[in-house]
Design a protein around this ligand. Structure first.
Ligand code: BDR
Ligand code: CA
Length: 314
């Protein structure tokens, strides 16, 4: 029997989502990806589901089930991020359209069915985009909430405040109502906010290490990074860009690379000015109960060494 941890990756690729998916697919001894569910986010759903299949094909996993989910946030208009990820969401290298099929089942139904079928507390959810699919599944099937082992997600910020508004990080901002459902669900949460991802910067040497692997996946990772880092380097004036979403999968593989605090995190859903803010009680100034391990630091060299070693396997 496989000892690999069962996960569902919920995603809106996105170059950094793509690297996260490759990291998971390159690690079958530790991670058993039951399916990939696409959500609207960085780009509309028609592109995120297509990009998810492009990435599976690149990893040689044409049999990975990929599902399309919600095409807009629960109660708001979709906000996208082509200004960061390009028109396709995966701008950078030229990539052929995928030929592997998209599953007929809706992503939300797949999430519900999987959590009901698998043993309680045996499936971890790994959201890398807006939380619409996960929250919709929780709302539609409350019986599955208590069956989730853990949610390890990329989203939010505290000391780094916002990247899409001065107060909010993109994934949470796009669907704050969904985020509020997930953060209030009682499921054990591990949160990778900008506070940690902004410490996992691509540098020239790190990108060149991907390119030097000599395989197709290494070249793609380098070219995606070349494309999207221009935006953050200009914005933050730093030497590289944060590789956000792979932090989620790296945490599953090597949790000791990360440190954080068990704290209370609430989501702002009312204020226009601070919509989607993750109000993180880092200093413990309230008596609100802890609902998340909010990660603040990463061993960046260890993180990139892990990524490079795993991408080399593809
Ligand atoms: C998050 O937003 C997206 O642009 C990235 O893929 C990442 O999930 C960072 O704020
Ligand atoms: Ca993402």
């Amino acid at each position: 029997m496989s000892q690999a941890r069962k996960i569902i990756i919920d995603t809106d690729p996105g170059q950094d989502d793509a690297v996260a998916i490759l990291l998971a697919l390159a690690s079958p001894a530790e991670i058993d990806v039951l399916g990939i569910t696409a959500v609207a986010g960085n780009v509309p759903l028609a592109l995120t589901q297509k990009n998810a299949r492009i990435i599976c094909e690149l990893a040689g996993k044409r049999d990975m089930p990929v599902f399309a989910g919600c095409d807009r946030p629960m109660r708001r208009k979709l906000v996208t991020a082509e200004h960061v990820h390009g028109k396709t969401g995966l701008d950078g290298p030229q990539m052929a359209d995928p030929t592997m099929p998209l599953q007929d089942q809706h992503a939300v139904d797949f999430i519900i069915e999987t959590l009901r079928r698998e043993a309680p507390h045996s499936v971890t959810l790994c959201p890398l985009g807006p939380l619409t699919n996960i929250a919709t599944a929780f709302e539609r099937a409350p019986d599955i909430v208590g069956r989730v082992q853990q949610i390890v997600l990329m989203g939010g910020a505290y000391f780094e405040v916002g990247n899409i508004t001065p107060a909010a990080e993109f994934n949470i901002y796009v669907d704050p109502e969904a985020a509020a459902i997930v953060f209030g669900s009682g499921v054990p949460l591990v949160v990778m906010p900008l506070d940690v991802t902004h410490k996992a910067l691509t540098t020239r040497a790190r990108v060149e290490a991907f390119r030097a692997l000599g395989n197709e996946a290494g070249r793609m990772v380098a070219e995606w990074t070349d494309f999207f880092e221009r935006f953050d380097m200009q914005k933050y004036g730093c030497d590289g860009a944060p590789l956000h979403d792979p932090c989620v999968i790296a945490y599953l593989l090597r949790p000791e690379l990360f440190t954080g605090r068990h704290i209370n995190v609430e989501i702002e859903t009312q204020s226009e000015l601070t919509l989607g803010m993750t109000v993180a009680d880092w200093w413990g100034v309230t008596k609100r109960p802890a609902n998340a391990l909010f990660v603040g630091a990463v061993d960046a060299d260890g993180f990139y060494a892990l990524l490079t070693e795993r991408i080399a396997r593809l």
